[in-house]
Design a protein around this ligand. Structure first.
Ligand SMILES: [Zn+2]
Ligand SMILES: [Zn+2]
Length: 250
């Protein structure tokens, strides 16, 4: 793991697992504090501390923690950061589950999802949400961070657009692992058809770097590549809807 990668001016990716498999992000604020996006697992503190050190920051500089969604690989460490004084922000629709320390549950229309639920339902320390996020609001984070509600993976999943640097943090709606830009499998979604539909929101945004919570960023033709991927997701959605309609008619 390299401690921190600057993906845009004042925006850093902090890997919390090998091969960039899981990432948090950090914004250097004008007052010297840090806003962290996602906390990784509870065991990610040493990786995040190393990342912050590469930014010449310390854990106590983290005053705000934004959560993209309520899964253990993103919110698992949240309670620890809250305990040391970070204010926790998350979308309204995931706030309730964060406060129970559970995941929102899998899409039970899929047999494999029901079967895998025992692994995908990892619990974590509950965390109180101090500030609830809403679609379209621009947070006072490092000059302006737009909240884009992209539900489906979880009800309150958000993507985040840092307007000054042109960095889009997609969250889990798209992943870029092993050189492949991909959508999500039904087994890891709370509502799979909804996840296919809401990813469309990313195509309207203006950005130059696509950054992922799973995998390294894309700097070259990021917008075109994301748009192409979203079109594939939409074709998949149409196939999915046709199949559902046939099954309903049968
Ligand atoms: Zn997730
Ligand atoms: Zn994830």
């Amino acid at each position: 793991m390299s401690g921190a990668v600057e993906v845009g001016q004042g925006v850093w990716r902090l890997p919390t697992a090998r091969f960039d498999l899981v990432n948090s992000y950090a914004f250097a604020e004008p007052d010297g504090s840090v806003t962290l996006v996602d906390a990784g697992y509870a065991t990610s503190v040493p990786a995040l501390t190393a990342g912050l050190a590469a930014m010449r920051k310390a854990p106590q500089d983290v005053r705000r923690l934004l959560l993209t969604h309520a899964h253990a690989d993103h919110a698992g460490g949240a309670a620890g950061w809250a305990a040391q004084g970070a204010q926790v922000h998350a979308h309204t629709a995931d706030a309730g589950v964060l406060e129970t320390g559970r995941s929102p549950g899998s899409d039970r229309r899929y047999r494999l999802a029901r079967w895998l639920e025992r692994w995908t339902q990892a619990t974590y320390d509950p965390v109180r949400v101090d500030v609830e996020l809403h679609d379209g609001e621009v947070l006072d984070v490092a000059g302006g961070l737009r909240v884009v509600h992209t539900p489906g993976h979880t009800p309150g999943h958000v993507s985040l657009l840092h307007e000054p640097s042109g960095v889009l943090i997609t969250g889990d709606v798209l992943v870029h692992v092993a050189g492949r830009l991909a959508g999500l499998s039904p087994v890891v979604c709370h509502d799979y058809p909804l996840s296919l539909r809401t990813v469309h929101a990313l195509t309207d945004l203006d950005y130059t770097v696509a950054a992922f919570t799973h995998g390294p960023e894309i700097r070259d033709r990021a917008r075109e590549r994301v748009r192409a991927r979203v079109r594939r997701q939409e074709r998949r959605l149409h196939r999915h809807e046709r199949r559902a309609a046939r099954e309903a008619a049968a």
